[in-house]
Write a protein that binds this ligand. Structure first.
Ligand SMILES: Nc1nc2c(ncn2[C@@H]2O[C@H](COP(=O)(O)OP(=O)(O)OP(=O)(O)O)[C@@H](O)[C@H]2O)c(=O)[nH]1
Ligand SMILES: [Mg+2]
Length: 429
């Protein structure tokens, strides 16, 4: 094992050095960004129209019928219980966890509205919200959010050390790299706060004291949408009953220049920690060519439902600490999505990772809309399956890789979902 990993590291180092020499140390971020833009515009017709309507979508009519303040939940057990099943011992200790800025209030209200309609407003659910911010939340923010939720809300400020550049990072060097990344067009290439966010979401959100005692979390972001009535399905209960550790809906390829040395650092960590690698792992999802090449596939972590014991594990902490020391959050622009995804693929067995095919979800510019089996209730999802990015012909989606790992037939699924003549569509693009 050790010898294999060592030769992988050597091969990766060689490839990286060659890459740096060839590109004369000036990574061409622009072409990556342009390719992204092309992908977005090429598949624009898959993106549901009308979702960017900036009008506040939380008029009191829509939500009054769901309004239900569960005050006891606030007082008991840190608010992790609630709803009709408050005293049900099998109810998972679970919450929605949201890192958000005061300026994103409108976007968060829009996200919460569809989450409430499709899931949380049902009396047996009513899971609480935990809102985190690097600044104090304003009173206005709290007032508006509390008017649109059906459960309790807790607010937390980030703890010292969890937000911002650690002292071992050379700021001058980092700033030079941001400047270069920005000039070459990398998305958020020049942003320090985005890097703080990615580091926080990778290594710290799960350590926040408001999450102590919480078993499961569901990550929500501003301006996302949930399309499908979850009827009797509770993703938290599903995770617990099926012993799942990590759940996702959308998977994509990461932009290569944001993660130049991430895989090399991962190999280094694996070499030192072979005992942490799960036996029936999902590394096939993040690698190609018989596990030699990192393919940049990641679960898009803006949607994520996870068993927090995964993040709290010694293995995950050790992996995060190694990456944090390596400095790629600041010298490059490592995202939390590739980090969560590599960690889940490495440390969990593939059966512990769940694709929530039945949840309709949108985060600009991509969506997943389920193709329900025949006989399902019409109108369960307010979206069209063929507008999903799932099996896009450009293969920006990584559902193909997931299918391969799980032994599913992508092609058959693609035909079933889109039911369109791809040759004709391609000729029109
Ligand atoms: N409090 C706080 N929250 C932040 C900050 N930056 C990002 N976030 C939150 O972190 C999450 C991820 O940030 P986003 O800006 O949505 O990142 P992204 O999804 O990669 O990019 P977008 O395409 O812009 O959505 C969101 O919930 C943001 O509200 C920040 O500086 N402070
Ligand atoms: Mg976002």
């Amino acid at each position: 094992m050790n010898r294999l990993v060592r030769s992988l590291i050597l091969a990766a180092s060689f490839a990286l050095t060659l890459h740096l020499i060839l590109s004369n140390f000036s990574a061409n971020y622009t072409s990556t960004y342009e390719r992204f833009q092309q992908t977005v515009s090429k598949y624009q017709h898959f993106v549901p129209q009308g979702l960017d309507d900036p009008r506040p979508s939380t008029s009191s009519h829509g939500l009054d019928r769901y309004k239900w303040r569960h005050d006891q939940a606030k007082a008991s057990n840190q608010g992790f219980t609630g709803g009709e099943s408050e005293h049900d011992p099998t109810r998972p200790k679970a919450a929605f966890v949201i890192l958000v800025r005061n300026t994103e209030l409108g976007g968060l209200m829009r996200s919460i509205q569809t989450l409430e309609w499709t899931f949380n407003s049902k009396p047996r659910n009513r899971y609480p919200y935990i809102l985190l911010n690097d600044q104090p939340f304003t009173n206005r923010f709290k007032r508006e959010i509390e008017a649109v939720v059906s459960s309790s809300v807790q607010y937390g400020e980030l703890e010292e050390g969890s937000w911002g550049m650690p002292e071992w990072i050379n700021r001058t060097l980092a700033e030079k790299k941001w400047e270069k990344a920005k000039k070459s067009g990398m998305i958020y290439g020049g942003s320090e706060s985005y890097r703080n966010m990615c580091r926080f979401q990778s290594g710290f959100f799960w350590r926040h004291p408001l999450l102590d005692g919480l078993e499961y979390y569901w990550r929500i972001e501003p301006d996302v949408r949930y399309f499908c009535d979850l009827e009797d399905f509770d993703p938290f209960r599903f995770m617990k009953e099926k012993q799942k550790k990590y759940g996702w809906v959308l998977s994509l390829h990461e932009f290569p220049y944001t993660v130049v040395t991430l895989w090399l650092q991962t190999l280094k960590w694996m070499e030192k920690n072979p005992h942490h690698i799960a036996r029936d792992n999902a590394l096939g999802f993040v690698t190609d060519d018989k596990r030699r090449m990192y393919n940049k596939c990641h679960f898009w972590s803006n949607f994520e439902i996870a068993d927090l014991s995964f993040f709290r594990s010694e293995a995950y902490r050790s992996y995060f600490d190694h990456l944090d020391r390596a400095g790629g959050f600041y010298y490059e622009r490592w995202g939390d999505a590739p980090i969560h995804s590599i960690a889940a693929s490495m440390l969990l067995s593939k059966d512990e990772i769940h694709y929530f095919d039945n949840i309709g979800y949108f985060h600009k510019p991509y969506m997943h809309c389920p193709k329900d089996p025949p006989g399902s209730r019409p109108g369960r999802c307010a979206c069209l399956a063929e507008e999903s990015i799932d099996y896009d012909p450009g293969k920006f989606s990584c559902l193909y890789q997931w299918d391969e790992l799980m032994g599913r037939d992508s092609l058959a699924r693609q035909k079933e979902i889109y039911n369109v003549d791809w040759d004709r569509v391609d000729s029109q693009l």
